[in-house]
Design a protein around this ligand. Structure first.
Ligand code: SF4
Length: 422
């Protein structure tokens, strides 16, 4: 019998308790896609594509239905369709080294398939009437949307955010507000609806409520034992990504938060007999969420916090200054900041959450969300005295991921934690 089998008590082999709010979340996500599909077929409303941390509030305020292709990219990964579709995009010149959301999504378009068909009976992704990006996360989103702008001959507009910044300064905000305002005439032309600042205030207020609740959901992970895992959060963040600015997202997170608080009160951990608490930096491996989640569960180890799920915390939203606060919220993001800020930020979460070790996912096709490449794990190990592990993989392209190697590395890492004095 191996050391691992000795450490795993009988209770750990029991089936896990599911989060009850999941069924409500699934219904919400289904109605999001079905509403856009219906509107597209009937021509009732215009559809804007938006990047995941793009100016969704402005688009809602101007009457668009808002579709997020990164969410589609993640679905392609989670359903494991991505790896077979990426070569179709490679064949038309999109490199296997660039964002595998982009290549999987373009591959799916070229192949005429979508996971929305099996999930919701939707035959194809909605055609955009306008494409709206923000380069705060990476340049790939601009190139990705440009593919569709050429394909459909529709307008594309975007915001070019300053990158690798330590502090967000007033000159950043002034510039970004001007860029947001610069998009409005095109959006008015496409939607046929005049920009109304009061409508924007209402949407920003709803986004603020949504993001505040989402932050509280993630902060539940600080409880010992934690009532949710990183893997749960990657699923439950769906409404914060695609429905922020809408009342149903606010209602949903109230329900989820109540359930998690109840679990905290009853000391019901998502991982029973939780022994170790980890931080995950970088993208999820969408096609291997279940396997990774099961492995940690079996080792009584919970991944309780992550930078990825925190990407939809926008503290700066302020309905009294909607444009300025949107500019600030979408610039204060972790991914926009320099290494010194990122390290400071992670240190806060690591200390608050009682973290024992940090896993860095080096995602081959997303350098923007891979923070191990400039010696951060080594500096962190010295600064915080914490063990760190780098796993090599990808968000979507499973050809870049060795399941066996990762499994062995995680096992060895947890054994290292076992040997640390309490
Ligand atoms: S941040 Fe990474 S995963 Fe997201 S769109 Fe950009 S390259 Fe792709």
């Amino acid at each position: 019998m191996s050391k691992r089998e000795i450490l795993v008590p009988e209770r750990q082999k029991q089936p896990r308790k599911q989060i009850a709010a999941t069924s409500q979340m699934k219904k919400l996500m289904a109605s999001h896609f079905l509403e856009i599909d219906e509107a597209q077929r009937t021509g009732q409303k215009k559809v804007a594509w938006c990047t995941s941390v793009g100016p969704a509030e402005l688009l809602h305020a101007m009457g668009f239905l808002v579709y997020f292709p990164e969410n589609h990219g993640a679905l392609l990964g989670a359903t494991r369709m991505a790896t077979d579709l990426i070569p179709l995009a490679n064949a038309v010149g999109y490199s296997p080294d660039i964002c595998s959301y982009l290549t999987a999504d373009v591959g799916a378009y070229l192949g005429g398939v979508t996971p929305l068909t099996k999930a919701y009976g939707i035959q194809k992704v909605p055609k955009a009437d306008v494409l709206v990006y923000n380069t705060n996360q990476c340049r790939d989103v601009q190139d990705w949307f440009s593919f569709y702008a050429r394909e459909w001959n529709v307008p594309i507009v975007g915001i070019h955010t300053h990158r690798n910044i330590q502090e967000v300064n007033d000159y950043h905000i002034t510039d970004l507000v001007a860029q947001i305002k610069g998009m409005i005439p095109t959006l008015e032309l496409v939607s046929g609806i005049k920009f109304d600042i009061d409508k924007l205030r209402e949407v920003v207020d709803l986004s603020l409520q949504c993001t505040s609740l989402w932050k509280q959901v993630l902060q539940c992970g600080a409880a010992i034992p934690a009532p949710l895992t990183f893997f749960d959060a990657t699923i439950h963040m769906g409404p914060a990504v695609v429905l922020r600015g809408k009342p149903e997202a606010v209602d949903y997170y109230k329900t989820l938060l109540a359930e998690l608080n109840d679990r905290i009160e009853k000391k019901e951990g998502a991982v029973p007999l939780e022994r170790h608490r980890l931080y995950w930096d970088g993208m999820p491996v969408w096609g291997k969420l279940r396997e990774l989640s099961d492995q940690f569960y079996g080792m009584q180890t919970n991944v309780v916090a992550s930078t990825y799920c925190n990407s939809w915390i926008f503290d700066a939203f302020d309905p009294t200054h909607p444009l300025e606060s949107m500019a600030r919220a979408y610039t204060e993001l972790f991914i926009v900041r320099d290494e010194s800020y990122k390290e400071w930020y992670m240190d806060q979460w690591i200390k608050t959450f009682g973290i024992d070790g940090v896993i860095f996912h080096d995602a081959k096709t997303c350098p923007n969300n891979s923070n191990n490449r400039y010696s951060m794990p080594q500096r962190m190990a010295v600064r915080l005295g914490l063990p760190t592990l780098v796993i090599h993989g990808d968000l979507n392209d499973l050809r870049c991921y060795s399941e066996e190697q990762t499994r062995t590395n995680i096992e060895a890492f947890v054994e290292q934690l076992d040997q640390k004095p309490a």
